[in-house]
Design a protein around this ligand. Structure first.
Ligand code: FMN
Length: 371
């Protein structure tokens, strides 16, 4: 078992589309709702630059709205409108200056309101739209999208991606996970349409998004696609019950030009299907031949915490070893760290230097400010 350190496979560079990443460690996308009116602030720029300075190879931003109707709330950053470009450019430049790459996560919530997950219900003056007017199988909300709405939404994603490229982002990630718009199309239980975007061609919307983004950018601009089995409103939901069903979803997306699949699981080590050890990332990588990123509870397991809240270094080292093994056996290429990187902006540097004795445990209070 190798130990954390500069020779660890976590610190091997990685090439992705036109990008050369300095290591395999990414910051997971985490909504912070700290952008009044949707404009990124200096505090946000400093927050991301700190993670870059802490050794992270790739930053995936929090979800960013592509249009008003798909926006989670009025403190969520946006990539539309004439007044956001300069702020994004400063934020991106700050991350690049610290040696990391950065992708913008494009997020349309579809039939979803913050209040559904107990968050403050931000201003969302527009009606909610989605494939079938369903936030969950038994939860009607908003209205069904017309083909005109679908075309407008795809155009907005493409324009947001073009804007992202023009302000210096290295790529975009499509938020196709957790029960939001793209996932609402992918999942037959929230996609009851009878037209060409219906469940018989559940990937059509996502595939058209990828193609439109590729047309609006170029082949060096990285496109990541995030997917998950689970939904915000149902942790036990499953997008695919078997590997063949998963293949039918990710295959057309790979063919459309996805460079990286970000496989969102709540615990990175859990098998995706009964009877086989492989995780969602391992399956997607094997089924598509494309790079995959894993995520979920990295160095975060509560079992690692003493009552004092101290995180046991042995637990951290065990997770790092599991990640190294996953990289070595070709289960995934990149690892995304979420809450542990909120608690430890220098997570990557500490793991590289073996300085893991006093990693700070994550607490909910850390979400109250942009530390
Ligand atoms: C505060 C918070 C906000 C999040 N916002 C997003 C988001 O905007 N987009 C997304 O795809 N996932 C989001 N997630 C999920 C994370 O990207 C990640 O998958 C999850 O936290 C599991 O990783 P972790 O156990 O390392 O934190 C969020 C998670 C947290 C804790």
């Amino acid at each position: 078992m190798s130990s954390p350190g500069p020779l660890s496979p976590l610190f091997r560079p990685f090439a992705l589309a036109g990008l050369s990443l300095r290591n395999r460690i990414a910051m997971a996308p985490m909504t912070r709702e700290r952008a009044p009116g949707g404009v990124p602030t200096e505090a946000m720029a400093a927050y991301y630059a700190r993670r870059a300075a802490g050794g992270t190879g790739l930053i995936v931003t929090e979800g960013i709205a592509t249009d008003a109707v798909g926006c989670f709330g009025d403190h969520v950053p946006r990539l539309f409108g004439p007044d956001v470009g300069d702020a994004w450019r400063r934020l991106v430049d700050g991350v690049h200056a610290e040696g990391a790459a950065i992708m913008a996560q494009l997020w349309h919530v579809g039939a979803f309101a913050p209040s559904m997950i107990g968050m403050a219900d931000g201003a969302h003056p527009m009606e909610r739209i989605s494939p079938s007017g369903l936030a969950a199988p038994d939860r009607p909300f908003g209205r069904m999208m017309t083909e005109g709405d679908i075309a407008a939404s795809i155009a907005a994603f493409a324009e947001a991606a073009a804007t992202a490229r023009s302000v210096g982002f290295d790529g975009v990630e499509l938020h196709g996970a957790h029960g939001y718009l793209i996932d609402q199309f992918l999942w037959p239980r929230t996609n009851r349409r009878t037209d060409r975007f219906g469940p018989a061609d559940r990937t059509r919307f996502a595939v058209e998004l990828v193609r439109a983004i590729r047309r609006a950018t170029d082949s060096t601009f990285a496109i990541s696609f995030r997917l998950s089995q689970w939904k915000q409103l149902d942790y036990d939901a499953r997008l695919a019950d078997a590997p063949g069903e998963l293949a039918a979803i990710v295959g057309p997306l790979a063919e459309a030009g996805v460079d990286l699949f970000h496989c969102s699981t709540r615990r990175f080590w859990e098998p995706a299907f009964a009877g086989d050890d492989r995780t969602l990332a391992a399956w997607v990588r094997a089924l598509t031949g494309r790079p995959a990123m894993t995520v979920g509870s990295i160095t975060l397991d509560v079992d690692f915490k003493e009552p004092s809240g101290k995180v046991h270094a042995s637990g951290v080292a065990a997770h790092v070893a599991m990640l190294e093994r996953g990289l070595e056996r070709g289960w995934f290429d990149l690892v995304a760290v979420g809450r542990a990187m909120i608690a430890n902006p220098d997570w990557a540097r500490r793991v590289r230097d073996g300085d893991i004795e006093d990693l700070r445990p994550f607490t909910g209070a850390m979400l109250e400010t942009l530390i």
